[in-house]
Design a protein around this ligand. Structure first.
Ligand code: PRX
Length: 635
């Protein structure tokens, strides 16, 4: 029995038990069998959740790009590594072989070096979903620079916050990007953000939409002529197992976004392992994850996980609705996709459309369907299963987080019997605990609680960039000796897990993780606003939508209110990005507060959800009378 590839349910249990009984020999066997190391590790695992400190494969030396690319050149140089499917279906797709990927990453890496980037430097990548995004990410990893990919839908201010937090030396962007019928002025956004980013010395600009942009002398350089001149041979930088591979920002309940730091060896081993098993990857499969590389899903299951396994991975620039709602199905048919991995929001959006969009396409290549990013509701699960999978492709509902680096709780396709809305069972190496509010672990089945992980897994984030104390308090302080996920979950009668959602002030809108604090800060910038509070409420397509309760400095008329609503959403777009716009804005005279001045969001959440049955204990409120007035004017 190979630890690396689980083939049936019994085997899952055996391997799972082994991974818990002896995690070190389990992971060292996986690591030894399937990867290239420049030097073997001294210890498999050193850990202390109190500090917290976790080290996997300590003192091992490696380079992840050698494992993603070079290693495959002997056997599959001419095999397609990357299929680039452009936004416009009339533009030809590109099939990029492992040989070509090796050359392009080598050239890009040499350009980075020529432009002064060295091991340990931070490079911000703000690009649309084009091959340069994959090349630049891997080029950083090749030379030991730490990539910080920022989703190209974030605003100039959000980009600047992320660049400044990790003091990036360079930004890699493009003249613009396509998004359906629209174009997005990425270089303009970068220019605005760099007005407040003193650490950035160079900007490399890829050409994608051929727009007129301004180039700042001494700072901005077109990428193409540099790549043309560069050598395709770039030796790997030998990295330590625990050297940072990348920083990826995720929202926090409070304060600025958290730069989650992922390190090299553990991330490599775990993303490769989970990709292989959850999606039952076999030679010849065509894997398509529709996420953006600006999110962890794209890092782990468009770039690293598939390439580490020598798989063909699809890079899709477009959106599900352009040129029409058949676009996903057309791409599956065109490239004969075997595994399709998307988010519940996309499924719900497409389920609303006419079935003829689906029926016009041959989806018979599909073997496995995946879901990620938010709870999948029963209706969406069945629609996906019946219409896309034709009831023969298992759905893997994969629960995980930016912080976990890879999939944690999920069925293993064809092994684990699926159950709608359940992420089912933890993967090998993942030791789950449900905790009660008193901090005790809840044993047994048919229980619910706060979801924690009680033992390290290889791809866990090691810290928050520049703020280890915040890492400790956010994840390791709530429950002693455990990593707290921030999610609630229930365990059913057979031990399957269902994720019930966030138990903190993070709201997941269309699969995007949004913290309330930066949105409230943006709203409070408006001169007419005194105070605000944001909560989520259920939405048919987005999963959750945002509801803002806003106190104005002066009460105005409704005509003015309409303008204010627009201006407030405009501010949010500028500070955070359009994904964080409010669907409902209620102007109110007060907000329910505790005596210590904390807003009681629980009450606001109930009002936003129109659930007025049991408002709970309001006696501790400083201003209980305000609750009724908010209810009376609720939208
Ligand atoms: O609440 C959980 C939800 O998404 C959160 C993590 O968001 P992010 O770091 O952006 O990573 C998303 C992609 C991995 C989790 O804390 N979540 C993610 N997957 C699921 C989920 N909720 C329910 N079911 C899932 N399959």
């Amino acid at each position: 029995m190979s630890n690396y590839h689980i083939k049936h349910f019994e085997e899952y249990f055996q391997i799972y038990r082994k991974s818990v009984r002896d995690p070190e020999s389990f992971w060292s066997e996986v690591a030894e069998e399937h990867f290239l190391w420049q030097k073997r590790w001294d210890n498999v695992l050193e850990w202390d959740f109190k500090k917290p400190e976790v080290k996997w494969f300590s003192n091992a030396k490696l380079n992840i790009t050698q494992n993603c690319i070079d290693r495959h050149l002997q056997t599959k140089a001419e095999r397609t590594a990357l299929i680039f499917e452009p936004n416009d279906p009339n533009e030809a797709a590109q099939h990029i072989t492992f040989r070509k990927l090796h050359e392009e990453v080598g050239k890009f890496a040499n350009v980075l070096k020529e432009q002064g980037i060295q091991k340990g430097d931070r490079v911000c990548i703000y690009l649309p979903m084009i091959p340069d995004l994959v090349y630049s990410t891997l080029a950083c990893a090749r030379i030991g620079a730490i990539h910080s990919v920022v989703f190209a839908g974030f605003s100039a201010k959000a980009l600047a916050t992320r660049i400044n937090d990790s003091e990036c030396k360079m930004v890699i962007t493009s003249d613009g990007g396509y998004r359906g019928e629209k174009t997005i002025d990425l270089k303009g956004i970068v220019d605005t953000s760099l007005e407040t980013c003193p650490s950035v010395e160079k900007v490399l600009v890829a050409k994608r939409i051929n727009s007129e942009i301004s180039m700042k002398e001494g700072r901005d350089l077109w990428l193409a002529p540099l790549i043309d001149k560069a050598s395709p041979d770039c030796p790997i930088e030998v990295m330590d197992a625990e050297d940072p591979l990348f920083i990826l920002y995720t929202s926090g309940s409070t304060g600025k976004p958290k730069g989650m730091v992922h390190t090299t060896a553990g991330y490599m081993v775990y993303t490769a392992y989970t990709f292989k098993n959850v999606f039952q990857y076999r030679e010849g499969d065509i894997f398509w994850c529709t996420a953006d590389i600006g999110w962890i899903t794209g890092h782990s299951y468009i770039v690293y996980g598939p390439l580490l396994n020598g798989a063909t991975t699809v890079l899709f620039e477009g959106i599900p609705s352009y040129p029409d709602f058949g676009r996903f199905w057309q791409v599956i048919e065109k490239h004969k996709v075997t595994q399709f991995y998307t988010a519940p929001t996309a499924i719900r959006t497409l389920a609303k459309e006419n079935l003829s969009y689906l029926d016009n396409h041959d989806l018979s290549s599909l073997k496995i369907l995946g879901s990620v990013g938010e709870p999948i509701n029963e209706e969406a699960w069945h629609w996906y299963n019946d219409n896309v999978g034709k009831k023969k492709s298992p759905i893997v509902d994969t629960w995980w987080q930016t912080e976990t680096g890879g999939i944690m709780i999920s069925p293993i396709a064809f092994s684990t019997p699926t159950k709608p809305t359940y992420a089912t069972l933890p993967l090998p190496g993942v030791q789950v605990a449900l905790m009660d509010e008193k901090g005790e672990e809840i044993k047994g089945n048919q229980v619910d609680g706060r979801l924690c992980i009680k033992f390290p897994w290889p791809s866990m984030a090691r810290t928050i960039w520049g703020d280890h104390e915040r890492y400790r308090t956010t994840y390791f302080d709530t429950f002693e000796n455990k990593y707290f996920t921030g999610d609630g979950a229930l365990r059913d009668e057979v031990g399957y897990y269902r994720i019930t959602g966030r138990v903190d002030d993070i709201i997941i809108v269309s699969g995007h993780n949004l913290g309330t604090a930066p949105i409230e800060d943006a709203i409070n910038e408006h001169p007419a606003v005194a105070e605000s509070a944001i909560v989520g409420y259920p939405h048919d397509i987005k999963g959750n939508a945002l509801y803002g309760f806003i106190i104005l400095k002066e009460v105005g008329e409704s005509r003015i209110h309409d303008n204010l609503r627009k201006e407030i959403n405009q501010l949010i777009t500028e500070h955070v990005g359009p994904i964080a716009k409010l669907d409902k804005i209620q102007f109110t005279v007060g907000l329910p507060k505790t005596r210590s001045g904390k807003i009681m969001r629980r009450i606001l959440r109930k009002i936003a959800c129109k659930d007025l049955t049991n408002m709970g204990d309001t006696s501790t409120l400083l201003n209980p009378e305000v609750v009724q007035s908010i209810i009376d004017t609720a939208l």
